[in-house]
Design a protein around this ligand. Sequence first.
Ligand SMILES: Nc1ncnc2c1ncn2[C@@H]1O[C@H](COP(=O)(O)OP(=O)(O)OP(=O)(O)O)[C@@H](O)[C@H]1O
Ligand SMILES: [Mg+2]
Length: 602
Amino acid sequence: MKNKKSPVTRLMEYAGGYKWLLILGLALSGVAMILGMAPYVCIWLVVRELVRVSPDWSSAADIAGYGWWAFAFAFGGIIVYFAALMCTHLAAFRTAMNIRKQGIRHLMKAPLGFFDNNASGLLRNRLDGGASETETLLAHNLADIVGTIAMFIAMLVLLFVFDWRMGLACLVAAIISCVAMFSMMGGKNAAIMQEYQESADAISKAGTEYVRGIPVVKVFQQTVYSFKAFKESIENYSAKAEYFTDGICRVPQSVNLTFTEGAFVFVIPVALLLAPSALASGNLAELITNFAFYAAFSAVISTALAKIMFAANGTMLANTALARIDQVMEAPELTVTDHPQVPQDNCVEFVDVSFTYEGADLPALDHVSFLAEPGQTVALVGPSGGGKTTAASLIPRFWDTTEGIVKVGGVDVREINPHVLMDRIAFVFQNNRLFKTSILENVRAARPGAAREEVERALAVSQCEDIIKKLPNGIDTVIGTEGTYLSGGEQQRVALARAVLKAAPIIVLDEATAFADPENEMLIQKALKTLTKNKTVIMIAHRLSAVVGADKILVLDGGKIVQEGIHEELVKEDGLYARMWEDYGKAAQWKISGKGAGADVQ
Ligand SMILES: Nc1ncnc2c1ncn2[C@@H]1O[C@H](COP(=O)(O)OP(=O)(O)OP(=O)(O)O)[C@@H](O)[C@H]1O
Ligand SMILES: [Mg+2]
């Protein structure tokens, strides 16, 4: 979806009520610029007076008065400009805040699976970074644009009020410098400028990649190879920068600077041409006065042009920032039903479910149907990539099915209020995230109102007592500080404690013992036994020993259920399960006999 609106219009929409603060700021900025020009008029008045009385300077009228006026205007201009920037900054920060709020609100509606494919760092960067980048446009650039326009109008008036011929000379210089500046930006140069900016982005990406990859690089001794990409991006940038500055900018920039900074030079020949007639008509004094004015005034033109240039740059930046924000705002939304239904019991049923990941050619699940009755344990097994995790993630609506229906308690999960659904399901995944806070708070995340004793009990049930014993502050120890890091198996037990505390009637376990060594595994199995008592359990496991007692085992291969039954039946069938069981038995024996160290079915 491409948004055709200008960045200013779009930011105004995000600004909401703060739009008026912005408009006030912009108006003040215009006033400030006009006040800033008034001192030039004072200069003109001073020079006129001096020329009038020359050479008898002492009889000059109130020159100091004009000086004070000039000072007052300049000072007033600064104060008003300050007020203008206060308004625009406030509006800019509030708008950025609105953008962040809207973005977060939108992300809350996205399906959880979306966050698997979009790293949190990337999303944060897009939303937070993008919002900050819009601040410059609203806080500074827009005020400068409006100020410059006001200045231009005032300038045009002044240019022609005193002597239009000299005014025209100043304007010609301004126009030449403008043309030079725009020739630098337009046509094929725009594409080159874009390439130049992209090459600068590429350096920062390659740099991040290089630093992130250092551990892998060291392990695999690939220093030269990995440094190559970083080095190439730097070389590419320097080539682009050289071409851009030398090949494209050199001439137009020189012309631009010459004509903005040296505009007064243009006034000299005009003044010389006008001098004879002025002398003849006795108006020489006025000519000199006007000349002095234009010579001083031409300096304002360069300031105005420089501001336009920065402002144009700000609009470009805001555009790219908004494009990044759009990527967040375009995240898919999970539909929420208007007429929610309440699940009747705690069964989980798949009715002819197919699911294809976005952009994938083959379905990850292909017409899968099964029923887990309340209190039953259904195990999903099968080769890697078979679709087990995908099936599990459809139950809490990490994704919605492409075809078919997932039912909880006899109701389509899309017809259930998402909060009700989430309350009913607890999950333990392979990569459980622990927050950088105390163990207590980490577990309490599952049920924020839980008392300390309840958390302690959940930790005990999950066999976490040995972990807590060795931590300096027990369950109040903040994970990730002072060298208190938990191993994969330990993290998994803390995650189990969360599920225990949540006490949801439906439990989804994806590789809950994946990280565990034999000792850990025993503890985890023990914890699982307590956790899953009288619950509906959907369990995924590679270690087949974990699924032997399941009420139903589904063998998933290539997204399809290829076998279904209980362990005793399946081992007798000539099929995938029997082969997997045989392999598992061999591996277990290897471990016992100590042969083939490290061989483990993973
Ligand atoms: N987020 C994703 N985006 C796109 N494709 C995905 C995504 N997650 C999984 N897939 C694909 O879907 C298929 C099934 O993956 P799934 O993770 O469900 O397998 P699995 O049975 O859990 O495997 P494993 O035992 O290795 O965990 C695979 O082909 C995988 O490449
Ligand atoms: Mg998986």
